[in-house]
Design a protein around this ligand. Sequence first.
Ligand SMILES: C[S@@+](CC[C@H](N)C(=O)[O-])C[C@H]1O[C@@H](n2cnc3c(N)ncnc32)[C@H](O)[C@@H]1O
Length: 248
Amino acid sequence: MTLRAVRILQEAPVWLAPKGRKNGSSSALQIAAAQVATTDKTIVELHFPMKKVRLGQVPDPELQAGWEAAAEAVLGHLVSGRDVAFPTLGDPALYSTAFYLLATLQQRHPEVQVTIIPGITAMAACSANVGAPLGLGDDVVSIVPAVFDDERLRDILTRVDAVVLMKVHRRLAPVVALLDELGLTDHAVLIERCGMADQRIYTDVREALGRELHYFTTMLIRRRPVGSGLAIHEECAEGRRAVCGEVV
Ligand SMILES: C[S@@+](CC[C@H](N)C(=O)[O-])C[C@H]1O[C@@H](n2cnc3c(N)ncnc32)[C@H](O)[C@@H]1O
C-alpha cells in the first residue's frame, strides 16, 4: 500500500470493503487491516457478486443492486458526518468494483466529494516479483481479462509485444492451448497470490495446468524476450543500485 492510502485509511472513521462471496470475507479489508489499526473503525463488508460486466450492456440486476446498496451505505455514513474509505485491491481504476460504485454514487448523488487514491496494481507487483518488465522500449502492452472470448485474445497476442492476463485462474487450459499454438508458452510466467506468504511463480506455465489456482493469479507474456532482463541489473550496477534496490 502507498503511504497516502495508509494515511487516508487512518483518517477515515468508516471503511466499507468489498467481498465477492456473500459468506466470505474481504481480501481488500484483510490487506488494509494488516497495515492500519482498525480498533476504532466502523467496518462494513459489502457483497458484490462476481459476475461479468460487459460495458455498453445492461448490467446483471444482482450486480446493479449491489452497487446501489453500496452507494446508499456510503451516503448513510456521509450524511451522519463520517467520511468513508473504500479499500480495494490494487488500483481502483483497473477492473475494480470501486469504479462501478463511484459511477453509481455520482449518478445518484453528484454532490458527494470523492478522492481516488492510486494503488499498486497486481501487474506491477507481479512484474517486480518475477523481475521482468511490463513494457520496455517500443513495446506495446495490453491488459486483458482472460474471462472473455479467446478470439480476441488470439488477435491481441499476435499484435502486441506484451500481455498482462488477469482473472486467468479458471481459464488456464484454453490460454495455454492458445499460447502453444502461437509458440508463446515459453514466453509466459504465471504468478499466483503475488506478495503473499504462499506466493507461487510458475516460470513454466504448463506446470500449473490441472491445479486449482487462486483468483489472485496473473500471467505476464512477452513476445520478445528481454534478452536483457539483465539490462536492468546492469543499469543498477552502473550507479543506480540504490534506486533499483528501493523499488524491488
Ligand atoms: C478484480 S481484478 C483487480 C485488479 C486490481 N484492481 C489491480 O489493480 O491489479 C482481480 C485480478 O487481479 C489480479 N490479482 C489481484 N491480486 C493479485 C495477486 N496478489 N497476485 C496475482 N494476481 C492478482 C488477478 O488477475 C485477479 O484475477
